[in-house]
Design a binder for this molecule. Structure first.
Ligand SMILES: CCNc1nc2cc3[nH]c(NC)nc3cc2c(=O)[nH]1
Ligand SMILES: [Zn+2]
Length: 373
């Protein structure tokens, strides 16, 4: 089968779990952070550098690749793995979320979503069947169902109608899926911030029996405590023996809080996006490298990091490159931010193995500058 999940250990004191996902392109140690490569590249990084960093899976966006260069071109290249020369695992989303966050003139019907391309303005259409056709052509190891991520806030009536349509769409995705043996289709749980609606969505999707489940509809502007509370009552509804994926998360604290509540997989553009404007995540908290304080700072970016950036360059040099809009500066900050998050997930996995997740979380929060709850 396309994806198999092995639950290796559960934390005694929290919902944290250590697992492993097997895909046709290798294994993924979980909990895992997935770097985002929206347009078939993790911006400024080569596949070799991503491997050096320790990335085992990356995410690409169906909406963007559908618009440009088109899924037929990527298929002609032999699929996304050969197109971008990445021989490890890939996850593609289904385009629904980007349609709402990027395109204009959207219209949702039972059939699907009509929208205008944010690039050309031409009228386009995505449906469960079309999204799966594109994802089958791209050939990712894990593909996401076509869903609606409701806006936040939303009325209970809207949330109920939307989750029920998302379930009907999930069923259509499953029927349209042409490559279930080498591409695992994950369902996406919706229901907003409502406990009973989340339960309904989870039960309806579990009924359809997917190899993995995402918790959607979060990290959409709701207060963090609300996101954590929704995870608190949603994650336990999902099968223990299948991966759980929290979409669009996140920042270091959100990763810890998600792991603590039973999430195995995360993706977020934050580390790569903030790197490009000169903000770095380090073991001693955020370092906004463009600040004047670093003009003569000959120390390395992160005193406790052994990555390529931190082994070879000073804060003063990186600051100079970012201020001078030098592309190499973006590469150095991106490399470090991704290395920092991937290594933090590795330390989280080790802490679960050694029954000291909460202690590691406390130490990390204190060093990073988070208030220890
Ligand atoms: C697979 C596409 N569907 C889908 N993507 C999402 C992407 C997100 N990204 C964020 N915060 C940055 N929340 C998300 C929710 C969803 C969601 O509910 N659904
Ligand atoms: Zn570093």
């Amino acid at each position: 089968m396309a994806v198999r999940f092995e639950l290796l250990k559960r934390d005694k004191h929290t919902g944290a779990r250590r697992g492993r996902v097997y895909t046709p392109h290798g294994t993924i140690e979980t909990p895992v952070f997935m770097p985002v490569g929206t347009q078939a590249t993790v911006k400024t990084m080569s596949p070799e550098e991503l491997k050096e960093i320790g990335a085992e899976i990356i995410l690409s966006n169906t909406y963007h690749l559908f618009l440009r260069p088109g899924h037929d071109i990527v298929k002609e290249a032999g699929g996304l793995h050969s197109f971008m020369n990445w021989d490890r695992s890939i996850l593609t989303d289904s385009g629904g979320f980007q349609v709402f966050s990027l395109s204009s003139l959207r219209k949702i019907t039972e059939e699907g979503v009509e929208f205008r391309s944010h690039l050309s303005g031409e009228k386009l259409f995505l449906s469960p069947e079309k999204a799966i056709e594109v994802e089958n052509a791209l050939g990712a190891d894990i593909i996401m169902a076509f869903d609606e991520c409701p806006p936040y806030p939303a009325t209970r009536d809207y949330l109920k109608e939307s989750l029920e349509r998302t379930t009907r769409w999930a069923k259509r995705c499953k029927q349209a899926h042409r490559r279930p043996h080498d591409q695992a289709l994950f369902g996406i749980v919706q229901g907003g911030m409502e406990r009973d609606l989340r339960k309904q969505s989870a039960e309806e999707l579990i009924e359809l029996d997917f190899p993995g489940y995402a918790v959607g509809g979060l990290s959409v502007g709701e207060p963090k405590p609300m996101m954590y509370e929704v995870l608190e009552f949603t994650t336990p509804l999902l099968p223990q023996d299948k991966p759980r994926y929290l979409m669009g998360v996140g920042s270091p604290d959100d990763l810890f809080e998600g792991v603590e509540r039973g999430i195995d997989m995360f993706d977020c553009v934050l580390p790569t996006r903030i790197a490009r404007n000169g903000t770095c995540m380090t073991s001693v908290g955020k370092v906004v490298i463009r600040n004047a304080t670093y003009v003569r700072d000959w120390e390395k970016l992160d005193p406790n990091c052994d990555c390529y950036t931190c082994r070879n360059y000073s804060r003063a040099y990186i600051r100079h490159l970012i201020k001078a809009d030098e592309i190499f500066g973006l590469r150095l900050t991106t490399y470090h931010n991704l290395y920092f998050l991937v290594q933090t997930m590795k330390k989280i996995r080790e802490s679960i193995e050694q029954d000291r997740f909460l202690a590691f979380k406390k130490d990390f929060y204190e060093a990073y500058g988070y208030n220890v709850g």
